[in-house]
Design a protein around this ligand. Structure first.
Ligand SMILES: [Zn+2]
Length: 294
């Protein structure tokens, strides 16, 4: 009799397991059915992460490794092309940050490419032309989020409502960030040793002497360096800013010669991979600016 009970128990258990597996499969969206979005690098990834938050039939991946930083001088890797092979949409910053798009177009002529810089942005020109690091101005960042939202709604209309709700929620937070932004006293001048900080400094109302380094601190000639040092001595400079991943060499030479202190800011070229990362790093930037300039 005991054996019969055991048999019945085992049969019921097997049926339950089969039902559970069937239910799980039904609720799991096949990876191949997902709308696949690939972003070129970090700031675009964070924007897109917010707009697609919680939408199950959409996947977002970042083409480049998070620690790559800015894509100036970046060479497209075989693994990047492999990531793009499954993409339905490629989202990029534009303005010369991604110099490799010709190769992507050649390899995947049917891939939809979204250039987020084609909307109305406040642009800064420096000694080398248009500065492409636009996302560090919060208004520009909001415009880029809107550009991504519009292209997602156009290319994947079934999720329009969800994309729109997510974007509205994110924009509210971004407007709040802008409202609470640090604002510099008029006429405050600083030194910037990384062109990716230009939009941030400009956005908070700072005047700045820019040491153009193309993200390579060692690239500065001694002639240019002494020019900068003279300018720093002439003007009442409050601080020298470098990006968090920068080599400090050039900044230290200027600091030693002038007695002005060095501070690190975050240009959002790399960072944490969570959806609040941009808001958190900008809040931190505003706190640093406040601490060292007031
Ligand atoms: Zn750059």
């Amino acid at each position: 009799m005991k054996k019969i009970y055991l048999c019945v128990f085992v049969i019921i258990l097997i049926i339950l397991i089969i039902l559970a597996v069937a239910y799980t499969n039904k609720n799991q969206i096949n990876e191949e059915d997902k709308f696949e979005i690939v972003t070129s690098f970090y700031p675009l990834y964070i924007m897109t992460l917010n707009i697609t938050d919680g939408i199950e039939n959409v996947s977002v991946s970042n083409m480049t490794n998070n620690n790559v930083g800015c894509l100036h001088n970046y060479t497209l890797q075989t693994s990047d092309l492999k990531t793009l092979s499954k993409a339905d949409l490629f989202i990029m910053n534009g303005l010369g940050i991604e110099m490799f798009t010709d190769k992507i177009e050649e390899e995947y002529p049917n891939l939809e490419i979204i250039d987020t810089s084609t909307v109305q942005l406040d642009l800064i020109k420096d000694s080398e032309g248009l500065n492409g690091h636009v996302w560090n101005d919060v208004d520009n960042y909001i415009e880029q989020v809107e550009a991504i939202l519009n292209s997602l709604c156009a290319e994947n209309p079934e999720n329009t409502e969800k994309y729109t709700a997510n974007a509205e929620n994110y924009m509210q937070k971004l407007h709040l960030l802008k409202q609470n932004s640090y604002i510099a006293k008029e006429g405050t001048t600083v030194v910037s040793c990384n062109e990716s900080l230009a939009y941030l400094l400009n956005d908070v109302g700072l005047d700045f002497i820019e040491v153009y380094t193309d993200h390579e601190q060692s690239a500065l000639s001694s002639e240019n360096l002494s020019k900068v040092i003279d300018e720093v001595k002439e003007k009442n400079i409050k601080a020298i800013f470098i990006e968090k991943n920068d080599d400090r060499k050039t900044a230290e030479i200027i600091a030693n010669e002038t007695g002005v202190q060095i501070y690190e800011l975050d240009a959002n070229l790399s960072g944490e991979l969570n959806k609040d990362a941009f808001i958190n790093s900008m809040t931190n930037n505003y706190n640093i600016l406040k601490d060292c300039l007031e």
